[in-house]
Design a protein around this ligand. Structure first.
Ligand code: P6P
Length: 340
């Protein structure tokens, strides 16, 4: 007997039914977002054919060359979400300021933050890229949403998810009730439940970091990576190194296979490179819901108090035992520095 065919729409609605007093608005937000993701998938999956590759001739606020697919994805999500009446404001990694809901549309009680197409530097090489999103309840009382609505600490998230546009396209999300993965069936254009209640292994055998930054690393990170590379059968080392350079792809592999992904702060990236609101917080919510751990080296990612919309944060994320081991090396470095 084959497994039940459960679409993401059905999963969302059934999940909401388990929350007494749920209004259905939240389900509508996720459903609208899923439609936008299917539209992005359609363009990403034919990117090499319709010559929409190449730079849009613009730079985003971080100075990265913006690819046309980035722009398309950013606009697709905004247009899919601006009229539903469930959001009071949005914020995108590609836009410096918050994105207001047009005056002619009603404002709702939710906030959507998104990275429309993460890993975009890989687009022309046909390497896996992704979309990341976070949903919060508004903190402002009514009307237009504010920057404060978009800079809440990560533990306030009510949902988070990502899409990985790879050999198959998968959508992974949590609403605080476990982590669930859906694989897109292109023949019917539906995301079908394929990975129910994903749990990250307590420890893995893969580390994922850009070793090209070795010269900039602190001694704690250097000693930790060297530790993983040493042979020691008693502690199942050495680990394998895997780095795609596309956060969603590196994180998705870490979530399913275990291990650790790290983008540390270093002398070239004093605050790390990844963004707290658009990357670290949603993935931290997901990894904790799957039994893993995420820290900036000194504090749980979800407890970091945001000070600005696009702030960067060091990220150490993955299997609980691997992240705890990494933290030991980081703390030893701080103790040595403090003793000097
Ligand atoms: P580096 C892609 O541009 C990105 O934002 C993430 O997807 C990825 O993890 C990281 O940057 C890669 O950065 O410095 O290793 O090329």
């Amino acid at each position: 007997m084959s497994n039940k065919v459960i679409t993401i729409e059905r999963h969302i609605i059934e999940g909401e039914r388990r929350h007494p007093g749920a209004t259905g608005n939240f389900s509508a937000v996720l459903r609208d977002l899923t439609l936008a993701i299917k539209v992005i998938w359609r363009e990403v999956s034919k990117a090499g054919l319709v010559n929409i590759l190449g730079s849009a001739g613009k730079e985003n606020i971080h100075g990265d060359a913006v690819k046309k697919l980035d722009v398309f994805s950013d606009e697709t999500i905004y247009r899919a979400m601006d009229h539903g009446g469930h959001l009071c404001v949005m914020a995108s990694e590609e836009n410096e300021d918050v994105l207001h809901i047009p005056d002619n549309y009603p404002k709702g009680k939710y906030v959507l933050l998104y990275d429309p197409l993460d890993g975009s530097s890989n687009i022309d090489a046909n390497v896996t890229i992704g979309t990341i999103f976070s949903i919060y309840r508004r903190v402002s009382s009514s009307g237009k949403g504010t920057v404060a609505d978009c800079t809440q600490p990560g533990y306030k998230q009510i949902a988070a998810g990502y899409v990985v546009y790879g050999p198959s396209t998968m959508l992974v999300y949590t609403t605080g009730d476990g982590v669930h993965g859906f694989t897109l069936d292109p023949s019917i254009g539906e995301f079908l439940l394929s990975h129910e209640n994903i749990r990250i292994p307590k420890r893995g055998k893969i580390y994922s970091v850009n070793e090209g930054n070795y010269a900039y690393w602190g001694t704690g990170v250097k000693k930790y990576i060297k530790h993983l590379q040493e042979e020691d059968k008693a502690t199942d080392r050495p680990y394998s190194g895997r780095y795609i350079g596309s956060l969603v792809a590196d994180f998705h592999r870490t979530l399913l296979y275990g291990g650790i992904f790290l983008y540390p702060d270093d002398s070239k990236h004093p605050d790390g490179k990844l963004r707290l609101m658009y990357e670290a917080n949603p993935l931290a919510f997901i990894v904790e819901q799957a039994g893993g751990r995420a820290t900036n080296g000194t504090r749980r990612i979800l407890d970091v108090a945001p000070v600005k919309l696009h702030q960067k944060v060091p990220l150490f994320i993955g299997s609980e035992e691997d992240v705890l081991m990494c933290e030991q090396f980081l703390h030893q470095e701080k103790e040595v520095l403090a003793a000097v």
